[in-house]
Write a protein that binds this ligand. Structure first.
Ligand SMILES: Nc1nc2c(ncn2[C@@H]2O[C@H](COP(=O)(O)OP(=O)(O)OP(=O)(O)O)[C@@H](O)[C@H]2O)c(=O)[nH]1
Ligand SMILES: [Mg+2]
Length: 452
């Protein structure tokens, strides 16, 4: 309340229960004791209340002196915070609408926090509201927006991240009301991709995705919230161009699209050369963080980057794998391609921009779908991966379903998954469990894929 109303100090006067009667009715009391409250720049204890004092004592306070001293303290705390803020200090905000189950909402909300962390931000607080549907102007109701504003002030956040996509108008309204930058889920994901992009091809595709997302939103941002600041949502190869004209950006998009086409053609040639070697190929797909890169590493003894963060992999990498048939002792060579992870509602601009990379999936002879069976929402994750695969322009080949991280789940949970997916394989990439069977099944998969 004090922060919202921007009050320096608040004095309360406690009255005695009985006093004199007013003429015309209404009892009044004598002042018994007084209290003084003010905010302090401390993350947990956000305010202090004085011990009880008499009215004389209250009257003798030097309020100007107190307010100036406090302001000085707040200023110091604020600069200290800014100095060590080499990362964004984030308040995540969600909306639970009536078309969602609360389970689904919570998983998605937790995922949003992980996305923020994967982008290098620090989640200071999380708030959400239940509403039948989003408010057209501000997503949340007026009271909740106020609550977010207050929370942002008290925890010292510099960024609000929403769990859904926002319209330009909603972003502008929210930024004006809350007073700090507001970023939506797609911008957050694009930011992670921008940070991970190391190769020329990766940077090219990320810039295209960012521009395609921002193009229809260019007029939306208020001037006060210039995107040139820095932090989540502002990074990326394209950032300096964002303030330039729409037409220039449209030209840039067209040019990038041509480059992606060339990239696509280049990759196709590479694949053809591999096919000339007659090596069957398997693309490793799955939800982000399922353990795809770890599995590729264990199977091929290589060191593809794997980490406990979302979208650790951006560029596809291809590794050779030799499997010896235990019965015939014959060795089969094949190539495994590690690919970018999928996520619920993978932004459409990313799907479009990453078509050259995603073609590794559709052009492979077969797919190895890795599932993190230790994730509470693994069923949903399978569903999302299948949806994204089905949306691809060319239908991918046959698929082997593999449940990874089996070392992290109980026998009962394994049994449930087994019952639901009787043909799936259970493995642990880190503990090297079930890998022999997996190799064998990969041989069968390849045999099947090249004969159909
Ligand atoms: N306990 C356990 N952890 C695993 C297993 N496999 C992978 N992990 C861990 O899961 C995390 C993610 O692994 P990655 O291999 O980077 O996952 P990914 O599917 O490539 O993820 P993205 O590239 O981000 O889409 C890492 O911290 C791994 O150590 C496993 O079998 N058991
Ligand atoms: Mg990976």
């Amino acid at each position: 309340m004090m922060a919202l109303q921007r009050l320096d100090v608040l004095a309360t006067l406690a009255l005695t229960g009985s006093g004199f009667k007013r003429r015309g009715g209404g009892a009044t009391g004598y002042i018994q004791e007084t209290y003084l409250a003010h905010l302090v720049p401390h993350p947990e204890q956000r305010w202090v209340v004085s011990p009880a004092m008499g009215l004389d004592e209250l009257a003798s306070q030097d309020f100007l002196d107190l307010a100036e001293g406090l302001e000085e303290e707040f200023r110091r705390a604020f600069t200290a915070r800014q100095v060590d803020a080499d990362h964004d200090r984030v308040l995540v905000v969600g909306l639970l609408t009536s078309d969602q189950t609360s389970d689904h909402f919570l998983h998605r909300f937790e995922e949003l926090e992980r996305l923020v962390e994967s982008a290098g931000g620090e989640v200071l607080d999380a708030l959400y509201q239940k509403r039948p549907r989003p408010h057209p102007q501000t997503v949340l109701g007026a009271g909740k927006v106020q609550e977010v504003t207050l929370a942002a002030q008290t925890v010292g956040a510099n960024l609000v991240v929403f769990d859904r996509d926002l319209s330009p108008v909603q972003v502008r309204n929210l930024e004006n009301l809350i007073g700090i930058r507001v970023v939506d889920r797609t911008e957050l994901i694009l930011d992670i991709f921008a940070q991970r992009a190391k190769s020329g091809a990766g940077k090219l595709q990320v810039e295209l995705a960012q521009l395609e997302y921002q193009m229809p939103r260019l007029t939306g941002r208020g001037r006060a919230m210039s995107r040139l600041g820095g932090g989540i949502g502002t990074r990326g190869p394209g950032e300096t161009k964002l303030e330039t004209e729409r037409r220039a950006i449209q030209r840039r998009i067209t040019k990038l699209q041509q480059e992606v086409n060339q990239l696509q053609a280049h990759r196709a040639r590479l694949r053809h050369r591999r096919q000339d070697d007659n090596l069957p190929s398997i693309a490793v797909v799955g939800y982000t963080n399922a353990g795809k890169s770890t599995l590729v590493n264990t199977l091929t003894n290589s060191e593809v980057y794997a980490a406990d963060q979302l979208f650790a992999t951006l560029d596809p990498t291809t590794r050779r794998l030799s499997i010896t048939d235990p019965n015939t002792h014959q060795a089969t060579q094949l190539v495994l391609t590690d690919t970018v992870g999928f996520i619920e509602e993978l932004p459409a601009s990313l799907m479009d921009a990453f078509r050259a990379t995603l073609e590794e999936v559709t052009e492979a002879d077969a797919l190895l779908h890795v599932v993190d069976v230790s994730h509470p929402a693994w069923q949903d994750q399978i569903h999302w991966v299948m949806r994204i695969l089905n949306d691809m322009p060319i239908a991918p080949g046959p698929m082997l379903l593999v449940f990874n991280k089996a070392d992290r789940v109980s026998q009962e949970d394994l049994a449930i998954a087994q019952e639901e997916y009787p043909h799936a394989l259970f493995i642990s990439a880190t503990e090297r469990l079930g890998l022999e069977t997996l190799r064998h099944r990969l041989l069968q998969l390849i045999d099947y894929a090249v004969t159909v």
